[in-house]
Design a protein around this ligand. Structure first.
Ligand SMILES: NC(=O)c1ccc[n+]([C@@H]2O[C@H](COP(=O)([O-])OP(=O)(O)OC[C@H]3O[C@@H](n4cnc5c(N)ncnc54)[C@H](O)[C@@H]3O)[C@@H](O)[C@H]2O)c1
Length: 252
């Protein structure tokens, strides 16, 4: 793989919030947005990892701050909104990336596990939008990205809660795009295929790699490049859609 090229300065002056930013794709999104000039708030429940990522970004010369945020908690979102409002008075970029995975077939699934996956993956993104719309309305070129998955549009055995949450995000994305278009706020979904992150490090048999025409998992930088495009003015006429970054998985 050749490394994606950073468009230095493309996001200069923008204020961005990335949920699930402590590690994996979220940390890569934060680094890429920082490299393009944005001030990045990375939010997560993994406070130790989040602070390490914050320092790595700062050491790279990027403006970044770690915040504790459980995306399933409305009170946490209200605290983040107040902090962003006090510090910047607006928000330009929201990347709803936080997510969890849980693998059990429907017959054996517990209601508690189902509810937890929906609470983090789907309700978390709803709460982010719901709470931060007033600050996005004051933003410059405001843009939101919701992280779905190839299992949203396609489904997968054992992934009912996960797939339902990721399919739900596509409906949330389209509806938010319609509701917020009059405010000039763009809302799109990122649809990753297999990506090498801690989430799937223990997956047997390479997960979806055997069904992926390009024959590998994505590097997080390849997803971050797509997010940077979606939140930049290069995507100024792109809203309500899905950017599929899956190595060809959906062509099968
Ligand atoms: N890795 C893949 O193959 C893949 C494929 C498709 C979609 N995704 C999605 O990409 C997103 C990023 O996942 P990743 O691959 O980087 O995995 P990851 O597990 O490395 O990162 C997920 C991050 O979300 C955080 N998080 C979990 N619950 C949270 C909560 N309640 N509040 C705040 N943060 C929370 C985690 O602490 C972690 O830092 C997720 O939404 C995931 O579903 C991943």
């Amino acid at each position: 793989m050749t490394a994606p090229t950073v468009a230095a300065g493309r996001l200069a002056g923008r204020v961005a919030l990335v949920t699930g930013g402590a590690r994996g794709q979220g940390a890569a999104h934060a680094a890429r947005l920082g490299a393009e000039g944005a001030t990045v708030l990375l939010a997560d429940v993994l406070d130790d990892e989040g602070k390490i990522t914050e320092k790595e970004l700062q050491d790279s010369g990027y403006r970044s701050t770690y915040l504790h945020l459980d995306v399933a908690e409305p009170g946490d979102w209200a605290a983040v909104r107040d902090l962003v409002d006090e510090r910047y008075g607006r928000l330009d970029i929201l990347v709803n990336n936080a997510g969890i995975i849980h693998v059990t077939e429907i017959a054996e699934e517990s209601l508690a596990a189902w509810n937890q996956v929906l609470a983090v993956n789907l309700t978390g993104a709803f709460l982010g939008l719901h709470t931060l719309i007033p600050l996005l309305r004051k933003g410059t070129g405001p843009a939101v990205v919701n992280t779905s998955s190839i299992f949203g549009p396609s489904g997968a055995v054992g992934y009912a809660a996960y797939a339902a949450s990721k399919a739900g995000l596509l409906g949330l994305t389209r509806t938010a795009a319609l509701e917020l278009a009059p405010d000039g706020i763009r809302v799109n979904a990122l649809v990753p295929g297999g990506v090498s992150t801690p989430m799937n490090a223990a997956e047997p048999d390479g997960g979806v790699v055997p069904e992926t025409p390009l024959g590998r998992r994505a590097d997080v930088a390849e997803l971050a490049a797509a997010v940077a495009f979606l939140v930049s003015d290069d995507a100024s006429f792109v809203t309500g859609t899905e950017l599929v970054v899956d190595g060809g998985f959906r062509t099968r």
